[in-house]
Design a protein around this ligand. Structure first.
Ligand SMILES: [Zn+2]
Length: 412
């Protein structure tokens, strides 16, 4: 294999994954105007349906525009030996490999963030705004960006420095030490996400006294779930879209309900959503996801350990001095077919878990209010009710509304 061949394989992978995404998007777009299945006929009235059609189409157009722009920039960067240029720049600042690696990724990430920010700004303040979803302000938007950057620098920079240091100390077996650090980090983040990260962006409070709390209390007692683990978050400061999720485990487990969810749904429907989230906990989905992702990280790092020191990667990207950071860039792209497969399997597992959580809610509470809540949430977020099956298989973390409806209606 020659460096030129590796270079063109990399370009090929970038282009092929773009083309696959475009084909999937086009397939999905072709089904936008399909007739709504009879079971879901009551989700939209005529006007809201037209609005949802317009929303889907704006999003599809915008996403094609964004990804085409990014493809062009990425290819230009590769063909202009951009990585060699950034590598030289970083090496002119320091000769320490850790500092060089940090500056290198700092420049690449800052550059790509500056390029994508106008797109995410447009998405929030033009598209989401036009359809009445946006509640954010430019000040909040940029404050979020700033906090995101600070976190990336501290956490991402810290982890990267540590991994490069392991590589310097132990060569190709660095992956084992890196894996241990990532595994510990994943467990800590999973447990303390709600306490460490969420407060940086949102306010969260225990559920207020009142009839909703009483209903939830009654349900929680029947399944042995402690009520002091239920929090309400001010999602309404950014968007009208509603959500609920489960996080953490052990003493740190908690269910978070968006305030928008509480505004949009009847009390019985909220209890049903909560029952679904309790289902994720009772069926050990959090632990299984955590263990799977740690194993997957181990596999990726082990592969990285095999390839990282091959000078051909650096040569392929036009960089004379082989380094960890250049190897990581090349590996990251060459890994995309594998991450495509693992991503597919993970979303398959995730959809299976959603059915299990729905079934749990049906068995321990009731299926009807859950169906009503799912329909309302779909209406309020102008969801696509007729996605292409292949698109669902590859991109959806949840089954479609129709699939969940049919599953919940089924006699078991
Ligand atoms: Zn779920």
């Amino acid at each position: 294999m020659t460096p030129t061949l590796v270079f063109y394989i990399i370009i090929g992978f970038i282009t092929i994954s773009f083309v696959i995404d475009q084909i999937l998007d086009t397939l999905n777009t072709k089904h936008f105007d399909d007739a709504i299945p009879q079971e879901l006929a009551d989700v939209y009235d005529e006007e809201t349906y037209r609005k949802s059609q317009a929303y889907k189409k704006s999003n599809a157009k915008f996403s094609t525009l964004t990804s085409s722009f990014m493809l062009v920039i990425t290819l230009l960067f590769f063909f202009a030996d951009g990585f060699a240029y950034v590598d030289d720049l970083a090496r002119s600042v320091s000769s320490n490999e850790i500092i060089v690696g940090l500056i290198f990724f700092g420049i690449i990430m800052l550059g790509s963030d500056i390029l994508t920010t106008p797109f995410s700004y447009y998405k929030t303040f033009v598209i989401e705004e036009r359809f009445g979803f946006n509640k954010s302000t430019p000040a909040l938007f940029f404050m979020d960006k700033l906090k995101g950057w600070l976190m990336t620098i501290l956490v991402g920079g810290g982890l990267l420095a540590l991994v490069i240091w392991f590589y310097q100390m132990s060569g190709n077996s660095f992956w084992l030490y890196a894996w241990i650090v990532f595994a510990v980090f994943a467990v800590v983040m999973n447990m303390f996400y709600a306490k460490l990260i969420v407060p940086l962006f949102n306010k969260q409070q225990p559920l207020e006294e009142g009839s909703l709390r009483e209903k939830i209390e009654k349900y929680a007692a029947t399944v042995g779930f402690k009520l002091n683990n239920i929090f309400v978050i001010d999602g309404s400061k950014r968007s009208t879209k509603a959500n609920a999720y489960f996080s953490g485990f052990g003493s740190e487990k908690r269910i978070t309900l968006y305030d928008t969810l509480i505004n949009d749904l009847e009390e019985e429907e909220i209890v049903a959503v909560l029952a679904h989230e309790v289902g994720h906990y009772q069926k050990n989905h959090i632990i299984i996801n955590l263990v799977t992702s740690i194993l997957l990280t181990g596999f990726t790092l082990w592969l990285l350990g095999i390839f990282i020191s091959m000078p051909i990667f650096s040569e392929a990207l036009g960089v004379t001095q082989p380094s960890f950071h250049i190897g990581l860039i090349a590996f990251g792209i060459l890994y995309t077919p594998i991450s495509g497969i693992t991503g597919f399997l993970m979303s398959l597992l995730s959809r299976k878990f959603e059915y299990q959580a729905d079934n749990y809610a049906k068995d321990t509470y009731s299926g009807e209010p859950l169906i009503r809540s799912l329909k309302k949430l779909s209406r309020n977020s102008l969801s696509n009710l007729t996605p292409h099956p292949l698109y669902v298989k590859l991109h959806y973390s949840h089954p479609t509304l129709l699939q969940r409806y049919r599953n919940l209606k089924q006699l078991r």
